[in-house]
Design a binder for this molecule. Structure first.
Ligand SMILES: [Zn+2]
Length: 126
C-alpha cells in the first residue's frame, strides 16, 4: 500500500511547512545564545541578568526541541525527527523517508513534466 498517494499536495505542504518553521525556530534560538549572553554581560547587575537570560533561553530551547520532536510527518503520521526514543534533527522522516522539501520537489516535477493546466492542489503526489 502506498500511503503517499493519499496525501494531497496542500496537506503535504502544510505539514512540511510546519516542520520547517519549527526547525528554523530551534536553529535561530541556538544562534541567538552568544549575542544574548554578550548583551547580558554588559548589564550592570551582570550575575543576575546572565542567570535570568540563561534560564529563559534554556526554557525556550526545551520548548523548541519538544515542538520539533513532536512534529508529525504529513505522510505517515509518525514523529518526523524521532527514531525510537532518539531525537535526530535530520532532513528525512525516519519512518517513511519523506524529505523535508518533498512538497517543493513535487511542485518542480509537476511544473517540469506537464504543461497541462493542473494545479499543485489537485490530486496526490507519487
Ligand atoms: Zn513519515
Amino acid at each position: 500500500m502506498d500511503s503517499r498517494s493519499e496525501v494531497t499536495w496542500n496537506e503535504l505542504h502544510t505539514g512540511l511547512r510546519k516542520i520547517r518553521v519549527r526547525r528554523w525556530f530551534l536553529w535561530l534560538l541556538v544562534l541567538a545564545y552568544v549575542p544574548l549572553m554578550m548583551v547580558a554581560l554588559r548589564a550592570q547587575d551582570t550575575k543576575q541578568v546572565v542567570a535570568v537570560s540563561f534560564v529563559v533561553w534554556l526554557l525556550l530551547l526545551i520548548v523548541a526541541v519538544a515542538m520539533m520532536a513532536l512534529a508529525r510527518c504529513p505522510v505517515c503520521g509518525y514523529c518526523f525527527h524521532m527514531s525510537g526514543y532518539l531525537f535526530r534533527p535530520v532532513r528525512r522522516c525516519f519512518e517513511c523517508g519523506l524529505h523535508l522539501t518533498a512538497d517543493k520537489q513535487a511542485l518542480k516535477e509537476q511544473a517540469g513534466s506537464s504543461t497541462k493546466a493542473s494545479g499543485p492542489g489537485e490530486g496526490g503526489i507519487k
